[in-house]
Ligand binder design. Sequence first.
Ligand code: ADP
Ligand code: MG
Length: 380
Amino acid sequence: MSFSLLGLSPAFLKLLEAEGYAKPTPIQNQVIPVVIANKDVLGIAKTGSGKTASYVLPILHRLEQTAVSTYREPTVLVLVPTRELADQVQQVFQTFIPALTGQPTCLAVYGGVSINTQMQAIGKADIVVATPGRLLDLLEKNAVRLSSIATLVLDEADKMLNLGFKEEVDRILALLPPRRQNLLFSATLSDDLSQFQQLILNAPQVIKIAAETNDIELIHQLAYLVSEEKKGPLLRYLIKHGDLKQVLVFASSTLKADAITHKLLKNRIHAAAVHSKLGQQTRCFTLQQFKAGQLRVLVTTDLLARGIDIEFLPCVINYELPRSPKDYLHRIGRTGRAESTGDAISLVSPEEMDHFKVIQKKMGIRVKILSGDQIDVQGY
Ligand code: ADP
Ligand code: MG
C-alpha cells in the first residue's frame, strides 16, 4: 500500500516524503481509511509503530473536506497523559498542517505553565491537544466550549481510562456532543470491547496489529541480577564500558532519579533528569536537548514511559523496575522505534526478582538474566 492509495492528497504526499515516510506502517494502512470514513476506531499496535500519524493524517484530511464554520470552536480534541506527549503530538499535527489550504490551528494545553496565554488561544484553536487537568481548568474559566468537538482521540487510551485519569476524563466526556467520532489508541489496550462500548465507542472498528512471528525482535531485552548497592557502579560500567552514546534511564521515584543523575555527573557522565518535581521549562529544555542528541543520559520516572518518541535511541535501562507490567513494555518501547533496533537492560535486585517474573508472565515475554555481581565494576 502507498499513502496515495489511502486517499491522501498530493500536498500530504509531498510532506510525507520530506519526513522520510516512504510507505504507511501497518496500523496506518488500516486506520487511515476508517478514520476518513468517519468511523470509530480501537487501535492497538506496538510501541513506535506510527500510531500518531495514523490519526493525525486522516483527521487533517477530513478537516480539509469539512467547511470551517464562521463561529470557530475546537472541532478536534486529543487527550494525552503527559505535558511532554501533548507537545509531541501537537508537533506532529504542525508538521502536516501545511498540506491544508485552510491552515487550521493546533494548540497544546497543559499545566505547569501560565494559563493566560492558553486562555486567549484555546477558543480559537481548531485542534486541541490537552492533558485533562488543565483542560478542566480552562473549561472552568469559560475559556473554551467543547460543543463543536466532532472527533475525540484518547492516545495511550488504557492510561487515560485508568483510575488516575478516569474521573477527569469522565468530566470532559460529559461536555462533548454525544454524536462524534471516537478514536482510542495504545500498545497495551485490551480488545475486549465491553469495557469501552457503552462508555465511549460507537460501533467501532477494532484494528489490532499483532506482532508477526517472523518479525525480527527490534528491542533486545536483557537483565542483570545485581545487589541494590552495586546498581550504581554497574550502570556507569554499562555506559562507559559499553560506550553507550545515548541512554534513557528509568528510576522508581523522583528522589532516586535525582540521586542517579548526581552520581553520573560526579563520574563525569553528561546526565540530566526529567521528572514531575522539576519546573516545566527545565523538563521541556532537557527533553529537547536529549531528543536533539545533545545529552548522553536522561534519567526519568514513568513520566516519560509512554508515547515519547526519541529518534534512534539505542538503549533504555531500568535502574529499577516499574510497578505496572504494562509500563515495562512502554518504557522499553522508547527504543526500537520505526524499525530501528535497540537494547533494553533491566537491573534487577534479588528483592525485585519475583516482581520481574510477574512482569514477564503478564506480558508474555522471557528475558535472559545474567549475573551482574560477577562483573568487575571496580573503579566505576
Ligand atoms: P507510536 O505512537 O505507535 O508509539 P509514533 O507515532 O510516535 O509511534 O511513531 C514512531 C516514529 O515513527 C516517529 O518518529 C514517527 O515519525 C515515525 N513514523 C511514523 N510513521 C512512519 C512511516 N510511515 N514511515 C517512517 N517513519 C514513520
Ligand atoms: Mg504514541
